[in-house]
Design a protein around this ligand. Sequence first.
Ligand code: 5GP
Ligand code: ZN
Length: 113
Amino acid sequence: MSDCIFCKIVNGDIPAAKVYENEHVVAFLDISQVTKGHTLVIPKIHKENLFELDPEMARDVFESVPEIANALKKAFNPIGLNLINNNGEHAGQTVFHYHMHLIPRYGKGDGLG
Ligand code: 5GP
Ligand code: ZN
């Protein structure tokens, strides 16, 4: 989709701090870091959200998550990590290209309670 910001990241039309990439997915740091290392993982093919995702794409995305989580663990040394996915405006989705948030957690000091 030509006006989708995440498709532009996939295509290299706008820059992003990529932390992982394979044939199916790309992961990059969120522009607005909720905690240090806050990362988004997206399929390279544009799908609006979970309701549009077919099982194969869901598998491709989720398959990449442990490796990305471990890369974040190695780089930032968090003590935990939240995996979050918002689907639909009323569920907090603001970018309508499917993505999962990986949010490293650092304990009481990380500001998320
Ligand atoms: P949502 O609210 O849809 O679950 O999350 C969208 C996320 O995309 C937000 O956390 C927001 O900071 C992030 N985001 C929006 N535009 C950009 C961008 O151009 N680059 C990057 N790296 N992240 C973005
Ligand atoms: Zn897109």
